[in-house]
Design a protein around this ligand. Structure first.
Ligand code: 5GP
Length: 181
């Protein structure tokens, strides 16, 4: 029985909300805390949401092979510490990694027992409408996001499961079927 679950999903798909709701119902399941070079957003806490590292420190970790996987995403680096994952698995805990699809496929190469789950939008058209509805981004930024979403969907063809986020409740129930069975 696998203990390691990797969840990926395009930005704007509501992946964060689904995972948060799932974890609220299953406090025995842990969420991995990644390292990143991006700046904390408002309300984010070091050691809770991420370990926020500067570029030099991150590069040192890469050089010392401390990451199970790492990737560059939107100009920032993100990585999963080996010690974090190994520590949880040794304790027999189920662990979720919330990482991008490229990182997920890298984890699968190293740990084939990992279960990859993609949280998909009901449709790409709906996701585009949602992104535009925010009115927070330029057309260029939206196009860039859509291109990366299409790439993520392409990568997700190699995933074990696709969970369509039509409603949060449905998506959480599907996660329960996959992870808690
Ligand atoms: P955000 O900056 O919005 O928190 O995250 C941006 C992207 O980086 C998301 O797709 C998230 O899943 C991904 N991400 C977060 N941590 C990691 C990690 O440790 N490794 C990889 N490959 N991606 C990550």
């Amino acid at each position: 029985m696998s203990k390691l679950f990797v969840i990926s999903g395009s930005s704007g798909v509501g992946k964060g909300t689904v995972i948060k709701e799932f974890l609220a119902r299953h406090s025995e399941i842990k969420l991995s805390i990644s390292c990143t070079t991006r700046m904390p957003r408002e309300g984010e806490v070091d050691g809770v949401n991420y370990f926020f590292l500067d570029k030099n420190k991150f590069e040192e970790c890469v050089k010392n092979e401390e990451f199970l996987e790492w990737a560059e995403f939107s100009g920032n680096c993100y990585g999963t510490k080996k010690t974090f994952v190994e520590g949880c698995l040794q304790k027999g805990e189920k662990l979720i990694l919330e990482i991008d699809t490229k990182g997920a496929l890298n984890v699968k190469k190293i740990m084939p027992e990992a279960v990859l789950i993609f949280i998909a939008p009901p449709s790409i058209e709906e996701l585009e409408a949602r992104l535009r509805g925010r009115h927070t981004e330029t057309e260029e930024a939206i196009q860039k996001r859509l291109a990366s979403i299409k790439l993520e969907i392409e990568n997700s063809k190699h995933f074990d499961y696709q969970v369509v986020n039509d409603t949060v409740e449905n998506a959480v129930q599907q996660l329960e079927t996959i992870i808690c069975k």
